[in-house]
Design a protein around this ligand. Sequence first.
Ligand code: FAD
Length: 258
Amino acid sequence: MNVLLVYAHPEPRSLNGSLKDFSIRRLEAAGHAVQVSDLYAMDWKASLDVHDSLDHEDGVRFDPSLASRHAFERGTQTGDITREQEKLRWADTLILQFPLWWFSMPAILKGWVERVYAYGFAYGVGEHSDARWGDRYGEGSLAGKRAMLIVTTGGWESHYGPRGINGPMEDLLFPIHHGILYYPGFDVLPPFVIHRTGRIDAARYARIEDELGQRLDTLATTAPIAFRPQNAGDYAIPELTLRDDIAPGRSGFAVHVA
Ligand code: FAD
């Protein structure tokens, strides 16, 4: 299997750095090919802007979606964007690894998504009709690939529990799981989350490596989160609301999981 690990932590000697090195060793020992996009080490440009299109003309109004579409179609994207898209095409499995910063991914990783997920590559694909609303949410250019998050948090597990003050972790991660990964077609595996990182001694670290190792060993067989595909009948088109007879009376993120 080809695995792309996109990693966002500024310090190689961090917990995240240790776990990234562990993951590479474990995956390679199992015979997988691994590519790593170490965003801080690459000095990854986080902001999407006019410089992402090599043929942008000075003075012309910048339309982010249109510019992305033209650059993707015409082959005038910057080399850093094209290289990451090639890695995504190559990968069977994508792992995004990051510390939870302000309840989401670090800005540098969000910027990787914004710039690499070009119009025509990750969105704006497929037919729009009475029966379909494009190839997305379960379909799309990255369909058939798997994805998983590895996330570390300062907060305790209970802080992210069903009634925890931070909100349930599955809700906080929903925009990444459903919006960033399921939308362009990935099958999304349950995340590997390490809580309370301020309390890690050698014994706990060893347990974390064991648990993470098991998740890496079972990347190909772990059941994905059962998000509902968009074009298979669960949603009315073009409203894109869940049919009234599915999860009646319920709303919120959880209704999009079968
Ligand atoms: P480190 O600080 O590098 O390490 C954590 C612990 O692991 C340390 O005790 C260290 O000694 C130990 N350790 C590291 N490597 C090893 C090793 N090889 N063997 C044994 N022990 C080791 N938290 C939240 O819960 N929610 C938030 O919204 C949130 N927002 C944040 C925003 C910002 C800007 C910042 C800076 C932090 C935020 N945090 C938040 C906390 C953050 O999630 C944690 O600091 C982070 O997840 C810890 O990961 P790390 O890799 O930086 O750990």
